[in-house]
Design a protein around this ligand. Sequence first.
Ligand code: 3H9
Length: 650
Amino acid sequence: MSDMPVKLERRGAMALVTIDNPPVNALGLGVRQRLLELVPELEADAAVAGVVLTGAGSLFVGGADITEFDRPPQAPHLPELLERIERSGKPWFAAVNGPALGGGAELALACHYRLVSPKARFGLPEINLGIIPGAGGTQRLPRLVGVEAALPVIAENAQIDGQRAVELHLAAELVEGDFLAGAIAASAKMAMHPLPFPAAELPIADPGEGFWTEAAARIRKSARGAKAPLAALESLRLGVQKGAIAGLSFERETFLRLRASDEAAALRYLFFAERSASRSSTIRGVEPRRINVAGVVGGGTMGVGITAALLNAGLTVVLSERDAASLERATAALQAVVAAQARRKMHSDEEGRDRLARLKGAVGLNELAGCDLVIEAVFEDLDVKRDVFATLLQVCRADAILATNTSYIDPRHIVEGFGSKERFIGLHFFSPAQVMKLLEIIPLPQTAADVKATGFDLAKRLGKVPVRAGICEGFIGNRILKRYRGEAEQMVAEGVDFAAIDAALRDFGYAMGPFEMQDLAGLDISFMNREAARARGENVPETLGDILVRAGRKGQKTGGGWYDYEPGERKPQPSAATVRLLTPLIGAPKQVASRKIIDRLIKAMADEGRKILEEGIADSPEAIDLVEVHGYGFPRGKGGPMFLSARNAI
Ligand code: 3H9
């Protein structure tokens, strides 16, 4: 860590000011103080014609220092500093050498000119932290580039790269080659010109009511209940319609209000948890193995999703099925996934073709011989899985990693009696595996350190959030899911309407409640797990779900589960059959407030989470919340069950 967060050098008539505040040159208190001192100091220095401001390393500035946000703001505040720069009698040139994000972009906007390298990017990602820009971003950017170009950056996470910044006249020049030398030379020339108008004083055109209504509808839809994106839009609109002074003050008030909100605290918590996830203490200092070619055994929904995730990350994949017809089905499913990704503009058609070109289909396991890693995703049955691994041990290279995607079976049982256990690991993906960000990494007691490290490294390459999980039934996620569903069913048994429970969870921010979810996923999978346990002689009481399955109601795929479904429809309808089947088993109808339903379910999840921690199945409360948010749709803006429970918010 550098002890001087802001450095000052002379380059001819130009002063070069470098923000050097690792890891991301954030605008913490020390940086703000020093910059605020420098403005008048350099203004008064007759030998200085202008100031070039840049960031050390590969970033310009990553934003305000988020670690300060749990405390009240401390002066000097960023808006004050930026206004002082804007009012400086000497020109300030932002030499944007890399990402300029949040407060970093706002700092560049307050400078008189911007010079950009090909690696420059301007972004206002504040909405991801539950806040809006708080130092003029919603006011200066639209005055420099126009409302249409500014809106997606302010409220929809778009970024402007160096090239585009020049096209939009946001940047005066794109400097290639030796960026700093070029930026200083260009600045020295421009320093001779009269100072331009401050961005906040430039005129701005109102695009009209239709534009605002359409933008609000679009943003409301994609924000899914998050407050910040619409607040950012409102700040932009107000500044356009009432002027920059009103806009700046509305922006600041909104920023401060949201900064103190529970939603922002939850999003900050997840921001830091996500970053520390990939640095699990289990792998510190251990070099992962190189994975270029991966094999996937089983082309069902999971296998196809895992294959798509691996292809998306640039790996070559051998997808193995047991016969030609199954392989054909799996390949068609994969093509459909790639086509759907292209439709959603996640990649171009050409990139889609490139992905499919890296796919090799195989019947049987022999063609997995060249793989660096093989992930088994076959039917959830111990004997079937053991057969697969027995063959893989014969076929694969001795240094190939062998992974199981089991969601319930103890991986120690899968490899019992096999040799070289150090190469085995559990890699538990979540459906749809090309979308869901969670990867539970389940080491066996004998798993080698570099095999574990490879699991974490793979997660990073796939853009996933890795969480180490110990071995127990359901690992972290499915164990909590079981408790959550059990508690929800218990409420139904006590007389609470299951549709009211689903509605309460939707209000809370889940895409769907536990009963709709079971209908979508199928009630039969957990039914079969329970039946298998009963067959082993375990005492598993009959559940309401069991009654439905025994009556042929397995969910959407059979036209009904907890709810009824019209053929081809996914909209749940009340079901007379369910009422008939369950009424004899449940208590007198009971009205319970939605808040109480939520409290009870989240408390149950947090309680199971605490047991999981005590047993060493998870490493931290954060790990459990990451599992819920990234694997089970827990609303991000609420942080997670452990977060809520620690704050006594449930
Ligand atoms: C804002 O600016 C508000 C203003 O509008 C108004 C103010 C009045 N602060 O992601 P990485 C840490 S809100 C403190 O792995 P990368 C991070 O925790 C802010 N710390 O690196 C990690 O620490 P550790 C708006 C921060 O190279 C380390 O840096 N800005 C901050 O993959 C490395 O992070 C944003 O939302 C921060 N602002 O990506 C940008 N940022 O090593 C958020 C990061 O101890 N940041 N850290 O775990 C990012 O998007 C990425 O970090 C960035 C670098 C692209 C910058």
